[in-house]
Design a protein around this ligand. Structure first.
Ligand SMILES: Nc1ncnc2c1ncn2[C@@H]1O[C@H](COP(=O)(O)OP(=O)(O)OP(=O)(O)O)[C@@H](O)[C@H]1O
Ligand SMILES: O=C(O)[C@H](O)[C@@H](O)[C@H](O)[C@H](O)CO
Length: 162
């Protein structure tokens, strides 16, 4: 989880490789209308996100026995609750790695990214709605100033301590 540009796709793929499990980028599960809306520079609203979160949760539920890694913004507590419900998991049943970083660093990374529909200007709207993990949610926080391989190793250690 995390706002745009935190590396959910980049680090998530590496983590899935390390763990030997399937990876999904939630961006690939958006309905076309959501992609069109973000491409125009308009932030999504709750109503846009509910069916998408259900699709993400269903994707995970369909592969639940193997374990999966999903890169999904999951910005609000209510979105994470929706994901848990759609995936058929208890509050402890999905582990959320919250990737976070200095907004200036995220802006620089987004500005350097090529071939992606998400305008860097939408970062501010995502930071405005972000709700960090609450104490009863299984998960961990990762500062993204390190490189992708280091972050993937830290993520793996957080998911499987010891
Ligand atoms: N730890 C990192 N160090 C340096 N560059 C990174 C790191 N993580 C990601 N990047 C780069 O930052 C940009 C954003 O990364 P990425 O697309 O993985 O983020 P994202 O969270 O999936 O974004 P979005 O929510 O918009 O899909 C990419 O160009 C990526 O190569
Ligand atoms: O919840 C949201 O506002 C959206 O899902 C975004 O997170 C985008 O999908 C992503 O940031 C673009 O890559």
């Amino acid at each position: 989880m995390g706002v745009t540009g935190t590396g959910k796709t980049t680090v998530g793929r590496l983590l899935a490789e390390r763990l030997g499990v399937p990876f999904a980028d939630a961006d690939d599960l958006h309905p076309p209308a959501n992609i069109a809306k973000m491409s125009r520079g308009t932030p999504l609203e709750d109503a846009d996100r509910w069916p998408w979160l259900d699709a993400v949760g269903r994707w995970a539920a369909a592969r639940g026995d193997t374990g999966v890694v999903v890169g999904c913004s999951a910005l609000k507590r209510s979105y994470r609750d929706r994901l848990r419900a759609a995936a058929g998991r208890s509050p402890g049943g999905l582990f959320f790695l919250h990737l976070h970083g200095d907004p200036a660093l995220l802006t620089a990374r987004l500005t350097g990214r090529r071939g992606h529909f998400m305008p860097p200007a939408l970062l501010a709207s995502q930071l405005a709605v972000l709700e960090p993990l609450e104490p009863d949610e299984a998960g961990a926080e990762l500062d993204v100033s390190a490189g992708p391989a280091v972050l993937a190793a830290r993520a793996a250690a957080a998911v499987h301590p010891g």
